[in-house]
Design a protein. Structure first.
Length: 224
């Protein structure tokens, strides 16, 4: 049974209708309508098999869910160099935020030193979802013990008019305000972000339970 046939066997038309509204920038015709746990199950079933290896070679895919399964499988690769190679081969085909955002390779956590140059390169990409992926991985992996202020500079310097790119910058800084408040506050006080993104970052920080009431009070005064 092909991946497409596996997906069809668990298709939910009502869920497809719901999902298509959340991802308006791709055609509903490219969606089958499958929930995330079922896609994860298919990815686990395929991973390490010959059918799975053959599927990873089949780019581009025709369906949104095939892309998600593809990225789920990449996230299970245990060799860092192989994983990064597959990520970089796949990123140019990522065309929407759910495909971009749902995969976080486990091997990245053990290889921060080797990962950083790739993240910097991804963020610099002109391809929206490659840049978004780079910023999300930086947010997930480097806003805690391995944090450096220069990482905020990488994201603050990113410019573009695409909504999903700007939202990722805002999401990154809202998270930074929760985890590295003093360092990230300077970027807000100095208006280092584009105005729309600046205000959206503050909005998301104000909505976060991880930001203290005291910090939120100050952030409200910084809105443009």
């Amino acid at each position: 049974m092909s991946v497409y046939e596996k997906l069809l066997s668990v298709q939910d038309s009502k869920y497809k209708e719901f999902q298509s509204k959340l991802v308006p920038n791709i055609s509903p015709d490219t969606m089958i309508g499958v929930r995330t746990p079922q896609m994860r199950s298919i990815a686990k079933e395929l991973f390490g098999t010959q059918a799975g290896l053959d599927f990873l070679k089949e780019l581009p895919h025709n369906y949104y869910e095939e892309n998600i399964i593809h990225f789920f499988m990449i996230s299970m690769i245990k060799d860092f160099e192989e994983c990064v190679g597959e990520v970089e081969r796949f990123l140019p085909f990522v065309d929407c935020w759910p495909v971009c955002d749902q995969s976080s390779p486990k091997i990245f956590k053990k290889n921060h030193g080797k990962l950083l140059p790739h993240i910097k390169s991804w963020i610099a990409s002109e391809h929206v979802y490659t840049a978004r992926f780079g910023m999300r991985i930086l947010m997930n992996e480097f806003l805690d013990t391995d944090f450096k202020t220069e990482y905020l500079e990488w994201v603050a310097a990113k410019r573009g008019e695409d909504y999903y790119l700007k939202m990722m910058v805002a999401w990154f800084f809202a998270t930074a305000l929760a985890k590295q408040y003093e360092a990230s506050l300077m970027f807000m006080e100095n208006h280092c972000l584009a105005p729309w993104t600046h205000n959206k970052a503050i909005q998301k920080a104000l909505e976060s339970y991880r930001v203290s009431d005291e910090h939120k009070a100050l952030l409200r005064t910084l809105r443009i």
